[in-house]
Design a protein around this ligand. Sequence first.
Ligand code: NAD
Length: 336
Amino acid sequence: MPYTITLIPGDGIGEEISSAAKRVIEATGVKIEWDIQEAGLNAIEKYKDPLPQSVIDSIARTKVALKGPLTTPIGTGFRSVNVALRKEFELYSNLRPAKSFRGIKSRYENIDMVIVRENTEEFYSGIEHYVDAKRSAAETIGIVTRTGSERILRFAFEYARKYRRRKVTVVHKANILKYTSGLFLDIGRTISKDYPEIEMNDKIIDNMAMQMVINPHQFDVVVTTNLFGDILSDLASGLVGGLGVAPGANLGYDAAIFEAVHGSAPDIAGKKIANPSAIILASAMMLEHIGEKEAARRIENSVAKVIEVGAKVTKDLNAEHFVTTDEMADAIIENL
Ligand code: NAD
């Protein structure tokens, strides 16, 4: 029986990288029946709705989706479809690993950290408004709940236990945001007591940003609230070669959506130079999630090999000798 999985190709570079990922997954031999759904800019053009009900119905049915990036207008326009999907399916955990690849020239080697970002609360709740018609001020409300904090902190410690990680760092701003960040930190300290074999420490977000740049090897699993996690995961990807190699998973109780950390990259859309590795690595996370561990490992190893050899990589990884998105995917398929 094939798996049924929702595929949202996305916009910007979405089509280019998602079709590459689809080909790589199919080349592993895992049989998948794709339910292809449009969202974001493409859906507005076709259906006048960035998140048609059919997308929600599809994920509710399949429980698993592979998603290309979706553009969110800056400052005005419709609300983020990415955020809406995470809220709709209560995908409370955003798992974003950052791992060094041999062959990528970056400041550090042997980085292996995982950012666990709370994915549904705080400043992404979308509770904001202008105080008057003249827009003299704007207000946003960031709600951090005990339930929301407990489940993500528990997830981080359980993840550390399952994958034999040594340390969990709780990142916060409890010196200033004494209630919201304070609650998150308190709960982190309490939950850590159930995991005596795992070292727990905490860092204030500003110091954390500096420490990640100066000495990233001290970090293993990092757990934090929504906005900090979003920023730190881009920072982490910058330490290992950039957004082109950073995958992510949005996990809930019942459904999961896999995607790259990066966005729709309008600056390079249509040029066939986008690196497909991030969404291909997200596909490996997806295959692991559905129980196809061997196929997942084959994809990860193949991506690592192609990057290490460096002859068939995209422009972000080798600005002098580079291939197209599809050619890099072909190399990954050849090395499976
Ligand atoms: P971005 O991640 O799209 O791009 C940042 C930089 O990284 C750009 O220079 C881009 O060219 C480069 N880049 C990104 N992916 C790459 C790849 N695969 N290969 C090579 N280079 C790559 O961030 P942005 O420009 O700030 O955002 C563009 C749009 O994407 C916005 O509308 C934003 O809201 C949206 N976005 C969506 C998601 C998502 O779908 N989950 C995530 C982040 C941003």
